[in-house]
Structure formats: C-alpha cells, structure tokens
Design a protein around this ligand. Structure first.
Ligand SMILES: *Cc1c(COP(=O)(O)O)cnc(C)c1O
Length: 340
C-alpha cells in the first residue's frame, strides 16, 4: 500500500528509534527529564520564543493555548475552515467555554481588515475577544502558505487592541521550507505557536507549544489539568528533538513530490486539482469522473493507494517521508487506473 492519506502516518526512522532507546529520562512533571528539557529549549530557540512546552498532540497544544489565553465567555476569531474550528471536536467550546467567530479566508488567509472589524468593542451585549488564531500552512486550503505580510498585519492589529495571536503551525516547518525562511521568522508575528513534530517531521508523538515564559508556565498548569503531564517522556522527546533538528531540511522533497504528483494528476481527464500546491498537500475534485470522494477513495484503495475524502467530491493526497518518488510514480499509475 502507498499511503497518501496524511503525513501523520510517517513512522519513526531508525535514528529516532535509537534516540528513544538511548534517551536520558527523568520525571518531567518534576521538570527532571533532561531529554524533554533539551527539546523544549531547542524548540523555543528555533521558534524565537522565550519558552516551549512538549504536549501530546497538536490538538492539545492548540486547546492549551486557547485555555491559557482566554476566559469562558470570550470569543475567538479564526478562519472558517481552520483545524481548530473544523477538526477539534468542538474542544474550544467544550473545554475553554469560548465561542468562535469565523472569517472566510482566501487560501486560508483572513483579510486583516475583516479581522479588525470583528474585534469586539466595549458593550455589555458583547463577548470579549480573547484570541485571534491563524493556521500556517492551512490544511483545508490545501497546505497553503500564509503570506508573511498577512500574518504581520493581523499580528499588529492584535497588538494594537491587546488581543493575543496564536498560530496553529502544525505544518509551520512546511511553510518555512516553501518560503526558504527559518521558522522563527514566521513565528515572530504571533504571541504563541503550536508546531507538530509528528507530521512531516516524522516523530512518533508530540507537538510543541511556544510563547513567553509567563504564558508557558500557565500553559504547563493547563497541560497538567488536562492529564497531559507525562513522566519519563524523554522516550518521546528524544525522537522529537531528532525530528526537529534533522528532518526539516528534507521537507522540500515532499513539496517537490507533491508538485510532480499534482502535475501528472492534472493530465487525467475528469480529475481537477483544486488547490495551488504550495507544500505537501494536493486536493483533487473527482466530480468529472462521475464519482463522489468516498467511491473514488475506495476504488483507489483497490489499486493499492490510500487517500482521504476531503469533502463530497474532494480527495486529499499528502506527500511525506515514507513515500518515495518511485512510489509516487506508482501511485500515479494507480490513480490513472482508478479514474479510468
Ligand atoms: C494535524 C493538525 C492539527 C492537530 O494535530 P494532532 O496532533 O493530530 O492533534 C492541528 N492543526 C492542523 C492545521 C493540523 O493539520
């Protein structure tokens, strides 16, 4: 099987397994796990923040950010197709007790003016705006990279109105690779950022939440409340550190593979590529094949390729470390057969 469902399916490399095996560990709830401490320090520095926290997942990192920044009854502003709104099981309302105010973006980027007009003024009728969330790269926009100017403008609006900005950077390193800029340059325009170690970087488990020292110490308490305080977590942090430091550079290979794949798929009649392929995600519309996405995904599975439904007639393909160019070539033939 060639698995193009997601970059989350990447398995830890031999080096990562070795790092896990050899990891120096301690009780991280006591702050005594040297491998976790090392990972948090390296991540904070890489993201240009004072401090960082190792969390179990991207969802947990985003939710801890909302819980730490907001009070119940606050409103958070986020893009209408953002992961936090679309894919986190309603956690922001279930845990933080905030309501969401969505703004439809262009390729995942909200118009800064619309964000500004959405901020609440002083009035007893209004909830207080507690947080603005951005997503980079934007998953449902097909791995779109947010323009740096867009992030900067929204961050400045937030600063002016004393509203923090959080970046859901599950794939921030993909954005950084696509722009050929260090991740810290993209993360400078936010108060807090969450990055996944377990997607394209290939670590088995975990995400990083980074921000100011004060923010991270409150976030640590929220992590504990949520049951995310782990003990000898160095076993997980050591491969995470390896992923963070050794796996970033190769992300552009995934992007090249995605572009190559998208180019070939666009030649298949009845199949239309919906997104501009900035990074490692391709979204294809299968309407022209007289199938819905469920049918197409099933047919393709019989041809030996796994993909994901992404809407009624949309199918998502994600390139990653565990699929080589040779396998991409095989996948193209399989997709041609499934379409035929
Ligand atoms: C995958 C993803 C998350 C959540 O990460 P998990 O580790 O799966 O909880 C958050 N945001 C975006 C944009 C993602 O793609």
């Amino acid at each position: 099987m060639i698995d193009l469902r997601s970059d989350t399916i990447t398995k830890p490399t031999e080096d990562m397994r070795k790092a896990a095996y050899e990891a120096e560990v301690g009780d991280d709830v006591y702050g005594e796990d040297p491998s976790v401490n090392r990972l948090e320090e390296a991540a904070a520095e890489m993201l240009g923040k004072e401090a960082a926290l190792f969390v179990t997942s991207g969802t947990q990192g985003n939710q801890i950010a909302i819980l730490t920044h907001c009070q119940p009854g606050n409103e958070i502003i986020l893009e209408a197709d953002s992961h936090i709104f679309y894919y986190e099981s309603g956690a922001a309302s279930a845990f933080a007790g905030v309501q969401t105010r969505t703004i439809k973006g262009k390729r995942g980027a909200m118009d800064p003016e619309e964000v500004m007009y959405a901020l609440r003024g002083e009035d007893q009728h209004y909830p207080e705006t507690g947080l603005i969330c951005l997503e980079n790269t934007h998953n449902r926009a097909g791995g779109a990279v947010l323009p740096i100017k867009n992030i900067m403008k929204i961050y400045n609006i937030g600063k002016e109105h004393h509203i923090p900005v959080h970046i859901d950077g599950a794939r921030l390193f993909n954005a950084a690779a696509a722009l050929d800029k260090p991740a810290g340059e993209l993360a400078q325009y936010c108060d807090t950022v969450q990055v996944c170690l377990s997607k394209g970087l290939g670590a088995p488990v975990g995400s990083i939440l980074a921000g100011s020292k004060e923010f991270i110490s409150s976030a640590r308490k929220w992590r504990k409340r949520l049951g995310g305080g782990l003990r000898q977590a160095g076993i997980l942090a050591a491969p995470g550190l390896y992923a963070l430091t050794q796996m970033q550079e190769r992300l552009s290979e995934d992007h090249e593979n995605a572009l190559f794949l998208a180019g070939k798929l666009s030649e298949i009649s009845g199949l239309r590529i919906e997104n501009q392929v900035d990074t490692n995600i391709i979204v294809a519309d299968v309407k022209g094949l007289n199938m819905d996405s469920v049918q197409f995904v099933e047919r393709l599975k019989h041809e030996g390729v796994l993909s994901g439904t992404f809407g009624h007639s949309s199918v998502r393909f994600v390139t990653h470390y565990d699929v080589s160019r040779k396998e991409i070539e095989k996948a193209i033939l399989a997709i041609q057969r499934a379409a035929g």
